[in-house]
Ligand binder design. Structure first.
Ligand code: DGL
Length: 267
């Protein structure tokens, strides 16, 4: 296989990272992709940094065996806590969702007041604020952990009264700071984008880190002359550590298309 035809390895704590795969498929339609979701051990967002680092190390080793040309950490929680671990192990470039979202937020904010929502592990790490400040230190960042969103999205309650009430509650302190930009700092949140937009109001710009990630990947592939030029249909392979009940339904909702080639991974 030529270097350019080698797959991109994308990984997540479960199936949420498929929002990133979906954006990648749309933005870079000729790329071969291997997706890894740790469905047996998800969620990571409520676990300790030590455990998240240990799991991330195992997944990185697993994907490097496939001779990937690029690794993408689709999970905000892993990117926040274990980026250095993954980078130290990897022989290929590593991209992650946080810098992608931070860059977009810094460019978008006019009032220099940015909100960030994510899992408790992501918010506690303060990584988004640091990443945004690297682009513009004068921006004020207000973070809010939203642990209930992950189960609500997986339940499929994307336009449900319970999700709306939960969002209104979580958004209260962030909106009190008069933000004009809100970073959706978790794989699951792009699925409730319309609901969140209605709760925060049309004047707040929502940063979808999956889309930001897809743009940055496409640019890097061009820069490094690593894009797959082949016009034949790309190959998509999915590895998961467990195939839970309703996996297909939930996975297809995240991906926006049907999923084939699901394999059980042994780490
Ligand atoms: N993938 C995680 C993230 O983006 C959400 C699910 C989890 O907590 O594992 O933060």
């Amino acid at each position: 296989m030529s270097h350019k035809a080698q797959p991109i390895g994308v990984f997540d704590s479960g199936i949420g990272g498929m929002t990133v795969v979906r954006a990648l498929m749309e933005r870079s339609p000729f790329e071969n992709i291997i997706y890894f979701g740790d469905t047996a051990r998800t969620p990571y967002g409520v676990k300790s940094a030590e455990t998240i680092n240990h799991y991330s190390e195992e997944i990185t080793r697993f994907l490097l065996n496939f001779d990937v040309k690029l690794l993408i950490i689709a999970c905000n929680t892993m990117a926040a806590v274990a980026y250095e671990t993954v980078k130290a192990l990897s022989s290929v470039p590593v991209l992650e969702v946080i810098d992608a979202g931070a860059r977009m937020a810094a460019q978008a904010t006019r009032k220099k007041q940015v909100g960030v929502i994510g899992t408790p592990a992501t918010v506690n790490s303060n990584v988004y604020a640091r990443a945004i400040h690297r682009h513009d230190p004068s921006i004020r960042v207000f973070s809010q952990a939203c642990p209930l969103f992950v189960p609500l999205v997986e339940e499929g309650w994307l336009d449900h009264q319970v999700t709306r009430l939960t969002a209104q509650e979580y958004m209260k302190p962030v909106l009190a700071e008069h933000i004009d930009t809100l970073v959706l700092g978790c794989t699951h949140y792009p699925l409730i984008k319309p609901l969140l937009q209605a709760v925060v109001g049309e004047e707040v710009f929502l940063v979808d880190s999956a889309e930001a990630m897809a743009d940055i990947t496409a640019n890097l592939l061009t820069e490094m002359d690593l894009g797959n030029p082949q016009q034949s249909p790309p190959e998509y392979r999915f590895y998961v550590t467990d195939v839970p009940y309703r996996f297909q339904t939930i996975g297809e909702r995240f991906l926006g298309r049907s999923i084939a080639n699901i394999n059980l991974a042994k780490l």
